[in-house]
Design a binder for this molecule. Sequence first.
Ligand SMILES: Cc1ncc(COP(=O)(O)O)c(C=O)c1O
Length: 345
Amino acid sequence: MINVFIDEPRVPLIFAPTPLHPAENLSKELGIDLWFKRDDLTGPGAFGGNKMRKLEFLMGEAKAKNLDYVFTYGASQSNHAMQTAAACARSGLKCVLYLVALVPPDTKALRGNMLLDTLFGAEIHVVNLEPGETEDDGFEKCYVLAAEHIKKLEAEGHGCLNVPVGGASMAGSLGFASGYLELRDQLLLLERPPFDYIYHSTGSAGTMAGLLAGRAMAGGSEAIRSVCASEKGGEYEPKVVKMANEVLVHLCQEARVQEKDFTVWREYVGPGYEIPYPESTAALKLVARREGITLDPVYSAKAFAGLLDHVKTGKIKAGEKVLFWCTGGAASLFAEPEIVGDFAD
Ligand SMILES: Cc1ncc(COP(=O)(O)O)c(C=O)c1O
């Protein structure tokens, strides 16, 4: 029934459709009609997340091209890196991770996603930041090292898929175009009208581009409100439009996405990526204590802090229908204390 016409090489990884359910306690408390789409439960293991949708197509690409290695990048507590490691394990591919130590990990007592990366058998390279180096410098170092590594492997006869940070590519975004269509089909089955808003956390923008492409294909009406987890400059919106339209062109669709079709909310990043702040920690606690759902401190808690602020400031009105697309990341609740924040009270 679902997604039949996205006919691309794909490795089945996720348990779809992911649950779509009302959040009754929070709805009552906030005076809105709030639902959750549970991409934290994509599988294949206990720690799923949004990247698995992208990885179905990325693993499909690697298999179709007969490659045997997958390289990717992220912070040392990257959810994307961990999910890539799990996807590779399931797909019989070797996973190589180049990770920037924004918060230096204790390699003798691994935590959170890095512990899982190791468990899934990934080859991990941690790149430290020297004094004065920025996050971008760290990623540049990763790309140089990985390019040498790939060259060496290819000279030995191996084939490598080089997956960008966050899986943000046309192939990756196909996964979320497909996710949007999955949501539409769930609403049809439930005989429910579309939501007024879809809220979700955005980082590399692949999720957002895919949702926008899916909405354009289906002629959907929801406002997609994407809440940034890291500071993004003016290059962000054109990147989203480009990726969304690449998906639409690839799928031979006539519809196109424009910058005026979406809003990116940058004011809920707080002091920076992987740094919690009082409102994001409060959002994490509220969702856990009213609904028993574990958001993550780096991405979804900040997106939910944005949603709460929008209720408070009237950007969401009483009774409106709101979907929170829960993108996973709960493994980082077990990361370094600076990343987790202090929610014990
Ligand atoms: C839990 C979680 N939510 C949201 C995102 C953002 O997704 P995207 O990179 O597709 O924008 C990420 C990215 O790593 C994530 O790990």
